[in-house]
Design a protein around this ligand. Structure first.
Ligand SMILES: Nc1nc2c(c(=O)[nH]1)N[C@H]1C(S)=C(S)[C@@H](COP(=O)(O)OP(=O)(O)OC[C@H]3O[C@@H](n4cnc5c(N)ncnc54)[C@H](O)[C@@H]3O)O[C@H]1N2
Ligand code: MOO
Length: 633
């Protein structure tokens, strides 16, 4: 049953091969013009009647016989007789056949007897909308394969066209599969994973103009998958089946498609997204998307989007592209196109592109991504400092209004990020969480506006200052104090293993989970170990590293570890207990140029805002007694 050898086809070739193999014909239907917005015309639309279909006044005033005005001038006023030489008309009124011009009311002096005096002559047709000025009967209004906009609806209605033939919406079936997948609910059991990929697919497909049916989750059972596929293919223009696409013992998707139809291709030369399947059942295209959401999202974009647009006889929209400077080296595999999620922001007039290094299962990486960078197959890496092209996932304007933070993560920072957006919807803080040391290096290289850090100097017992002095040489900066916070051990509720101090970590029954090298918490932990004369090899789990306080707290909460070093608020947020060890300073190193800018002033005012301080202190384990103080290093 196992099929371990996948194809390695270039993505574009794969798409062409698949589209050629499948049918992309689609029927049409006649629908009311008023509900035809965004639909695509099946054939040309011609005017039923002219618009206007009578001579209409274009102005408020009087309808006149032009020849009766020819003698009028400033020196020679002419009197026109009511109901004989003129009649009053408003804009849009029909003009009786005996009149042929309109004089605006402002140009007319009305006498007591109802007659008028004019001081100007007018030519025939002045201020008169001719029959068919806009549209003439039988004129072509829209061609075939035209996507209908509100203005097109207006033109059709004006021309007396009430129904329009359009291509039917492509009907797309989505089949989620997997024994571990369950419908969305709270607190899934151990081993259960929430089914959310269908929601991703449905949303995008509808945005692209498809009509979507989501099938019930199909278990990992060959026959059940085949049945679902056959049913979907017989009643839809296009079938998407999700997961079971790789080499696992229960990955049946490719076999099910082959048994009922044809596999055009299995495996494309991309990362992620490699195990994508392109096939068909009878003439209906079938797309097998990988289970991991990031892989699936990408492959949906590569294959489902062009197919849906082709069925609709349209060209898929392109995302805007920007060029920027890569802040970190990214490795890639030769022969594979690598797709990297990135964050972007302008710092010192340079567009800085920072890769988000997470796996294909991390939905949040796409929530936070501003764009996607592609490394072509012939490259094995992109260097830091290199100019790269990025496809934007957001509007270019928001990038200009982004304050860029790189460094250590703290829950208080999330509050700052949220409050900025609450008060200034057009602004944004983008924060990449890479640890304190990486933050310091980034601000030194001019790649961010501010860096959140908490670095203990083991020699002085002081926080942050000595590191900024030593490592920030190329950018003038200040330190803006943000919070004092408690650091300690995050342990399970009730502290069942009775962990009281650092020496408990050497016990055989304790499994620790660590933070990554360069993280301030990691440096603090190593400092405490050194002080206690403990070597890392005495601690089980020392080498298992995670990137945030929240993720280590989650590991403890779900029993994957007994203890982690972290902040009280993270412990409390995950329902864990906390053993306090010390208080530390979490501060921002801010570039002076940014601090002096309008955005910098805005950020500083926000940091000093009492409402933010009280929101932070309510988290537990924080003191804002010095928040907003500025120190020069
Ligand atoms: N030995 C190998 N293992 C794997 C390979 C490989 O080449 N050799 N490829 C890896 C790659 S790359 C990917 S991508 C995944 C693809 O896995 P499948 O398509 O077979 O998907 P599953 O294993 O069934 O599910 C994986 C994972 O995806 C999530 N998932 C699945 N369905 C949904 C859904 N409807 N909603 C939300 N999330 C979903 C879930 O976390 C599953 O655990 O295989 C690697 N393995
Ligand atoms: O397609 Mo897999 O997504 O390379 O992780």
């Amino acid at each position: 049953m196992r099929n371990v050898y996948l194809d390695n086809s270039p993505r574009i070739d794969a798409l062409h091969k698949w589209l050629q193999a499948c049918s992309t014909n689609i029927d049409y239907e006649q629908i009311p013009v008023e509900s035809a917005l965004h639909r695509v015309t099946f054939e040309a639309v011609y005017a039923h009647n002219s618009n206007p279909n009578f001579q209409a006044s274009a102005m408020d005033g009087i309808a006149v016989k032009a020849y009766k005005t020819y003698d009028a001038s400033e020196a020679n006023p002419v009197e026109l007789v009511k109901d004989v030489d003129f009649i009053p008309v408003d804009t849009g009124d029909p003009i009786p056949d005996e009149f042929d011009a309109v004089i605006m009311i402002e140009r007319v002096n009305t006498l007591e007897n109802g007659n008028v005096i004019i001081h100007q002559s007018v030519g025939p047709g002045q201020h008169v909308r001719a029959i068919g000025e806009d549209i003439v009967t039988k004129e072509l209004i829209l061609t075939a394969n035209h996507q209908i906009r509100p203005i097109d609806q207006a033109a059709m209605l004006a021309a007396g066209v009430l129904d329009v033939p359009v291509h039917v919406k492509p009907k797309v079936a989505i089949i989620p599969t997997g024994d571990e997948i369950v419908k969305p609910k709270r607190d899934p059991e151990r081993g259960e994973l929430i089914e959310f990929n269908s929601t991703i697919f449905k949303g995008y497909l509808e945005e692209w103009g498809a009509e979507v049916t989501v099938f019930d989750i199909v278990r990992d059972e060959l026959h059940a998958i085949e049945e679902a596929l056959a049913k979907a293919a017989s009643s839809h223009h296009f079938v998407i089946i999700n997961a079971g696409s790789s080499a696992g013992s229960e990955d049946y998707t490719v076999h099910a498609i082959r048994n009922r139809g044809e596999v055009v291709l299995h495996g494309i030369a991309t990362r992620p997204g490699k195990p994508t399947i392109l096939g068909k059942i009878a003439e209906t295209p079938v797309l097998g998307l990988p289970g991991y959401p990031v892989s699936a999202w990408l492959a949906l974009d590569w294959f489902a989007k062009p197919l849906v647009y082709r069925l609709r006889k349209l060209i898929p929209p392109q995302r805007p592209k920007l060029h920027g400077i890569l802040s970190k080296r990214v490795n890639s595999v030769f022969g594979s196109e690598e797709f990297v999620r990135v964050k972007i922001g302008y710092v010192n007039d340079k567009l800085i592109v920072t890769p988000i290094g997470s796996g294909a299962g991390v939905v949040m990486s796409l929530v936070l991504a501003d764009g996607i960078m592609t490394i072509p197959p012939e490259r094995e890496h992109f260097d830091s400092g290199q100019e790269v092209e990025v496809e934007l996932l957001c509007q270019p304007e928001i990038i200009k209004n982004t304050m860029v933070g790189i460094g250590s993560h703290d829950l208080s920072l999330d509050i700052l990020v949220d409050e900025l957006k609450l008060r200034y919807p057009e602004k944004r803080i983008s924060s990449a969480h890479v640890g304190s040391m990486a933050g310091i290096m980034a601000i030194d290289r001019g790649e961010c506006h501010f860096a959140g850090i908490h670095l203990l100097d083991p020699e002085t017992g002081e926080y942050n200052h000595s590191y900024v002095k030593k490592f920030v040489k190329n950018t003038p900066v200040s330190i803006v104090h943000f919070v004092h916070r408690e650091q300690g051990f995050i342990v399970a509720k009730g502290n069942p293993k009775n962990i009281q101090g650092i020496s408990d970590l050497m016990r055989q029954d304790i499994v620790f989970v660590n933070r990554q090298k360069g993280a301030g918490t990691r440096m603090l932990f190593d400092y405490l170990l050194q002080q206690a004369g403990i070597v890392p090899s005495q601690i089980a789990g020392y080498t298992r590293e995670m990137f945030t306080h929240s993720s280590v707290a989650a590991s403890v909460a779900y029993g994957a570890a007994d203890c982690a070093m972290g902040i009280r608020s993270a412990a409390e947020a995950m329902g864990c207990d906390f053993v306090p060890l010390c208080e530390e300073k979490y501060e921002f190193v801010v570039s002076d140029a940014f601090l002096a800018s309008e955005q910098g002033e805005m950020l500083l005012a926000l940091i000093r805002d009492p409402r933010i301080k009280s929101r932070i202190e309510a988290l537990g384990g924080y003191s804002c007694r010095d928040t907003g103080e500025i120190k020069r290093p």
